[in-house]
Design a protein around this ligand. Structure first.
Ligand SMILES: *[C@@H]1O[C@H](CO)[C@@H](O)[C@H](O)[C@H]1NC(C)=O
Ligand SMILES: *[C@@H]1O[C@H](CO)[C@@H](O)[C@H](O)[C@H]1NC(C)=O
Ligand SMILES: *[C@@H]1O[C@H](CO)[C@@H](O)[C@H](O)[C@H]1NC(C)=O
Length: 186
């Protein structure tokens, strides 16, 4: 499937998702299994971090990070890539840079990021506003699969979520996983 078709489906599905009958459709959803999750922190700003896939449930991930600085401006780049035949090299389907502080205020919300964010915020102690104060923050049991549209194809994919300020890179995360029927739940 071509990227634009996938985006179109994603968009159409999001429209459907917010109608009351979506629970019937949710049953057809593919399962998501994470394969790798790596984080890289700028050592000047990130004192420690811990990113892992849960052993007991490979659809869940946890990220913990300790910042040594406050941020009053904070941007992020979100990329979603999928392998393209015949050589299965990853190509980008979504590649957006956005202002995290503006995002907290509710503006410029890209739909896919809003989905990801919803899953991230569920078990998190990070206040959703700027400035972001230095300290220890966690995002536990992030379940992106729970909120993914049902019409995505079976595929491997990669997500890169990188955070930076106007002057430095702060924190990079890379996730690879697979959407398939084989790991469908329930
Ligand atoms: C994050 O990734 C970018 C490239 O996308 C790189 O320039 C930067 O150095 C990385 N930052 C860290 C903290 O690894
Ligand atoms: C995260 O999920 C695991 C496994 O399902 C569970 O044991 C744990 O209590 C959950 N933690 C939080 C913070 O929800
Ligand atoms: C952060 O995002 C805002 C809004 O997209 C943009 O105007 C600004 O140039 C970005 N800053 C950096 C350092 O990329």
């Amino acid at each position: 499937m071509e990227g634009y078709q996938l985006l179109l489906l994603l968009f159409l599905h999001l429209l459907i998702l917010f109608k009351p009958n979506h629970s019937a459709r949710a049953k057809q959803r593919l399962g998501l299994e994470w394969k790798t999750f790596t984080c890289l922190g700028n050592p000047r700003i990130v004192e420690s971090h811990n990113c892992y896939i849960l052993d007991s449930d490979k659809s869940l991930i946890t990220a913990e990070v300790k910042y040594l600085e406050d941020f009053d401006r904070f941007n992020a780049t979100f990329r979603l890539s999928m392998p393209r035949p015949p050589f299965n090299e990853y190509h980008k389907l979504i590649d957006v840079t956005f202002d995290v502080c503006q995002f907290f205020k509710g503006s410029h919300r890209h739909k896919f990021i809003a989905i990801t964010y919803k899953s991230m915020a569920k078990h998190s102690n990070m206040p959703m506003k700027c400035p972001q104060l230095k300290g220890f923050y966690f995002f536990r049991n992030i379940s992106i699969g729970e909120n993914l549209p049902a019409f995505l194809p079976e595929t491997d994919f990669k997500i890169e979520f990188n955070f930076f300020t106007p002057t430095s890179t702060v924190f990079n995360t890379t996730l690879t996983g697979r959407l398939s029927e084989g790991v469908r739940k329930g």
